[in-house]
Design a protein around this ligand. Structure first.
Ligand code: CMP
Length: 145
């Protein structure tokens, strides 16, 4: 399905009290919430989520960071969801992200960059399936949320 994507609001953004502002910006950009939950990642879950980065020099610190406090997981729906959410999230490095993007507004550095944004439809599904069962993702046809 090409109209859904997955995001995590990362630990520093949750700890800083920015969850509401980030969700508001996401909804304001035209995304609908299809699933939402707060989770504290275990090391195993973080390693699975970031398995593609296992060989990267930043991997260990990334896992330490992503297990340092709760994250908010969400399935988002909108036409062209993956590309549009990556645009809303902004560059991986908040200092290089465009004005108004989530990472520019709420991220502090390349690791602590406020939100995760899936990079393809296939990965989005693989990622949300690590957080939500099929029945936890609503298909109700409604507007405004
Ligand atoms: P995310 O989009 O969740 O996917 C991989 C994460 O690794 C990325 O966001 C950053 O949090 C982190 N990351 C990517 N590149 C670097 C880097 N060069 N240094 C530190 N952390 C990084």
């Amino acid at each position: 399905m090409d109209n859904r994507t997955f995001t995590l609001i990362k630990p520093e953004a949750v700890a800083a009290g920015n969850t509401g502002k980030i969700l508001d910006a996401i909804l304001g950009a035209g995304f609908r919430l299809r699933a939402l939950k707060m989770v504290s990642l275990t090391r195993n879950r973080a390693e699975k989520f970031y398995a593609v980065h296992r060989e990267r020099p930043f991997y260990e610190k990334l896992i330490g960071y992503m297990t340092s406090g709760p994250v908010i997981a969400a399935v988002l729906e909108k036409d062209n969801a993956v590309a549009d959410f990556r645009r809303l999230a902004g560059n991986t490095d908040p200092a290089r992200a465009e004005e108004g993007t989530l990472r520019r507004r709420f991220g502090t550095d390349t690791r602590h960059n406020a939100v995760h944004a899936s990079d393809s439809d296939e990965h989005a599904r693989e990622e949300w399936e690590q957080f939500f069962t099929e029945t936890e993702i609503t298909n109700t046809d409604y507007s405004g949320a």
